[in-house]
Write a protein that binds this ligand. Structure first.
Ligand code: F0G
Length: 462
């Protein structure tokens, strides 16, 4: 058999294992009721395969654990900070680094530093915490992603691309002076883990800089995005992942990073920028919200693990297996004719709850109901990414009704095997076969901010 046709396996051996429970049907029934039909409120010991998120759920390597032992826990000027700073400069190419406890800490620093009340922040689809920090700083997010991103059936290879004509319109409408930066995410989480092309990122930079507007990257999944560029964008097939990542970052003036994603650690993040004045303001705010500007809420050992993780995340065999595992699960569901967002994204498979449950109207939270049904079937935990996550319009208080009503099966990095993916696919197929029995939900408790994390529901009677 030719070498490229043979089966390949994860590029690691397992050195430590963590036993998991397989909760009984009765336990699952009790647990989901106690959790108010919100998978965020389940206890992890009641979960069999945890696909809630890829955030902070990574298995670290032996090299990362070894690096933790040499963490420098000095309050100020830790050696581990300078190692992290050097890794960010080397691999992403930004000049100045402000560490933060995680991505939203960096978003807070960025938003408070750059956004004034009345400002507009265009971006390639919102992300929950990112938009909230923009709003809390007095800004308004405007979606400028291409329309294909809102269509789960469109097979556009770069559904994370920015609609450049729309950006021009937004600039004409509000004036460049009210736009502190354009925010681009790689890959776009709420569109289903869809990448932005390098060609588009270059065009965004050109357009933005022509108007004197900055571009800021949400870099949480920049390596997964680079993998799609290498595989799909003409001209990049011979580029290394590391070179593509650096090229993508170089189109932007800074980034916020949730290191809990691609950089392969369980906690941490940073803001990185090229402009010294912005760095100074953000580093000053860091001492209020995060900790000193040489640790930002991370322990020295966390910064060591992160510096090592950044470098490991760029290994070709790592990223091929990481995205490959997601594609493996996605292909199984496509073959079983389960409606999912296509093309399959970088960090998870997104079930299209509208097509899955056409009998449940969006006001009855179909994706929330589907995530609960999947848990009941097998103990697999997923997450709603639809009307509950979209929250309410900050002016009218009405529920935002996103076109995409999705359930995310998010794959942690280096944690599960192909056999776990088979179990997940079987469970989704079984729930799909029985979909007519799934009822909608009523919200019984709604918190003020980021309601999806803590809202509670109960099933509607037939
Ligand atoms: N940006 C993106 C694109 C994200 O997906 C997240 C987190 C953040 C920023 C915020 O980072 O969690 O470190 O504060 N996403 C997680 C998820 C929560 O499950 O998708 P954080």
């Amino acid at each position: 058999m030719p070498a490229n046709k043979r089966t390949w396996a994860e590029p690691f051996k397992i050195k430590v294992v963590e036993p998991v429970n397989i909760p009984s049907p009765a336990t699952r029934e009790r647990a989901i009721r106690e959790a108010g039909f919100n998978t965020f409120l389940l206890r992890s010991e009641d979960v069999y395969i945890d696909l809630l998120t890829d955030s902070g759920t990574t298995a670290m390597s032996d090299r990362q654990w070894a690096a933790m032992m040499v963490g420098d826990e000095a309050y100020a000027g830790s050696k581990s900070f300078y190692r992290l700073e050097e890794a960010v400069q080397t691999w992403y190419g930004y000049k100045y680094v402000v560490p933060a406890h995680q991505g939203r800490g960096a978003e807070n620093l960025l938003s408070k530093t750059l956004i004034k009340p009345g400002d507009i922040v265009p971006g390639n689809m919102y992300f929950t915490t990112t938009r909230l920090h923009q709003e809390l700083a007095g800004g308004t997010f405007v979606d400028v992603i291409i329309p294909e991103a809102h269509d789960p059936t469109s097979t556009h290879p770069f559904k994370g691309d920015v609609d450049l004509a729309r950006v021009e319109e937004v600039i004409d409408l509000y004036g460049a002076g009210r736009i502190p930066y354009i925010s681009i995410a790689a890959t776009v989480n709420l569109a289903g883990g869809q990448p932005i092309s390098l060609g588009n990122a270059r065009a965004v930079r050109e357009l933005a800089h022509r108007h004197g507007i900055r571009v800021i990257l949400d870099a949480a999944r920049v390596v997964e995005n680079a993998y799609f560029i290498q595989k799909r964008e003409p001209g990049f097939e011979d580029w290394s992942i590391a070179a593509i990542v650096k090229e993508l970052c170089s189109q932007t003036d800074g980034c916020t990073m949730s290191a809990k994603k691609d950089p392969l650690v369980n906690i941490g993040g940073f803001l990185a920028v090229n402009d010294h004045a912005i760095y100074e303001d953000a580093a000053n705010l860091a001492v209020i919200y995060e900790g000193l500007h040489t640790y930002g809420g991370m322990a020295g050992r966390d910064m060591e693990a992160l510096a090592t993780g950044i470098e490991e995340s760029l290994h070709e065999d790592h990223i091929r297996a990481r995205v490959g595992q997601v594609l493996y699960l996605g292909q199984k569901l496509i073959d079983a004719r389960v409606p999912i967002v296509v093309p399959v994204g970088g960090h998870g498979v997104f079930l299209d709850a509208r097509a899955f449950l056409p009998h449940v109207p969006q006001e009855q939270y179909p994706a929330q109901a589907l995530a609960a049904a999947l848990y009941l079937d097998s103990g697999v935990r997923s997450m709603e990414r639809g009307i509950v996550s979209a929250g309410r319009n900050k002016e009218t208080g009405e529920e935002n009704k996103p076109k995409l009503e999705l359930v995310r099966l998010t794959i942690p990095r280096r944690v599960y095997t192909q056999a776990h993916m088979d179990v997940v696919a079987e469970s989704v197929e079984s729930v799909f076969a029985d979909r007519a029995s799934i009822r909608g939900l009523r919200m019984t408790y709604e918190p003020k901010y980021l309601r999806f994390f803590q809202a509670r529901f109960e099933p509607l009677e037939l």
